[in-house]
Design a protein. Structure first.
Length: 327
């Protein structure tokens, strides 16, 4: 028997970083980019994982305790109460370390494929909790938003319930309130990939050090981001999408203040805005990864054409909301 399951990428629309500190954030799945995992029996004993894109092949038994691929297999088999001699192949068209949630998508695809292979059912919350275990290895102190939006595969508002753990003690599952949010009118989003790999662990760690140094300043910035997120949620619920451009630009300013922007991101933003985007911001960990733009329908082509000249290695257009979110 051979079972293949997949999982989407994700985009954070508003609220990254502040979400680690208990403020709300809005995220959507990006179904046009997917990770896939295939599980089949093998003759040899043990479990081998072959990650084609990462050019890795590893034996779960011999892998380091903190290897994310081996970890997701170990925790999933333990949760399902099963074992076996398995060959797991992983493929992904989500660029790693780019803010699209590639690690969480690969883990989610593996959990889904293992559950299907053993004919077990896991709820979205259970899948998300398993994937969170590997997110801690990738991110250090993740909020849990990436594993949640990918496991739920719908537009979510995410609020982490408790204060962030101190660095080095990231055990346990983050408790969070996760709700789908209403999008009255769908809208296009232009996404420019800067091509700069920027591991989230680094930016999340740097923000933490900044927050430890200047807690009052950082808390005030996170509060401002929280206000922007609330305004954005209200705007999309009412179909007042035209407010999103300014709100993105305001959110970007706050992200710059906590040091997660970069000259490359700012070049992309400047060019996108000059080409007619109403607003834009980095999305995800920052210092690389992707930049998103809110663009009125009739300017989408112009903005899309301008961005490669400013260093974007790829530009995609997605639709947020309605039945076509990320399709
Ligand atoms: C990463 O996609 C989003 C961050 O807010 C980190 C997190 O929430 O875990 C930067």
């Amino acid at each position: 028997m051979m079972i293949t399951e997949s999982a989407s990428g994700k985009l954070i629309l508003f609220g990254e970083h502040a979400v680690v500190y208990g403020r709300p954030a809005l995220a959507v799945p990006l179904s046009q980019m997917r990770a896939r995992a295939t599980v089949q029996a093998q003759d040899k004993s043990g479990i081998v994982i072959r990650a084609r894109d990462l050019k890795r092949e590893l034996s779960v038994k011999d892998a380091a305790a903190d290897d994310p691929l081996a970890t997701i297999v170990r925790v999933t088999l333990a949760a399902l109460g099963v074992t076996g001699n398995l060959h797991i192949t992983v493929e992904s068209d989500i660029p790693p370390a780019s803010g699209f949630g590639s690690g969480a998508a690969i883990s989610t695809a593996i959990v889904r494929a293992l559950a299907a292979y053993f004919e077990k059912t896991l709820s979205r919350t259970e899948i998300s909790a398993l994937v969170y275990e590997t997110e801690k290895l990738y991110h250090g102190t993740p909020s849990g938003i990436d594993n949640s939006v990918i496991a739920y595969e719908e537009a979510i508002r995410f609020v982490r319930e408790r204060a962030p753990e101190t660095a080095g003690s990231s055990r346990g599952t983050a408790r969070a309130v996760i709700r789908p949010f209403a999008i009255a009118r769908s809208f296009p989003l232009v996404i420019a990939n800067s091509g700069i790999a920027s591991p989230t662990k680094m930016t999340v760690g740097d923000v933490r050090r900044g927050w430890e140094r200047e807690p009052a300043r950082y808390e005030a910035i996170f509060d401002s981001i929280g206000v922007i997120v609330e305004a954005a949620q209200m705007a999309v619920a009412r179909g007042e999408n035209e407010a999103l451009g300014d709100l993105m630009t305001q959110n970007q300013r706050e992200l710059e203040r906590i040091g997660v922007s970069s000259p490359e991101i700012e070049d992309l933003l400047a060019v996108g805005l000059r080409a007619g985007a109403q607003g834009g911001k980095l999305s995800g960990g920052g210092r690389g990864g992707n930049v998103i733009f809110y663009v009125e329908e009739d300017r989408v082509d112009e903005v899309t054409r301008a961005l490669p000249g400013a260093g974007a290695v790829s530009v995609i257009v997605t639709r947020v909301g309605g039945t076509t979110t990320g399709d």
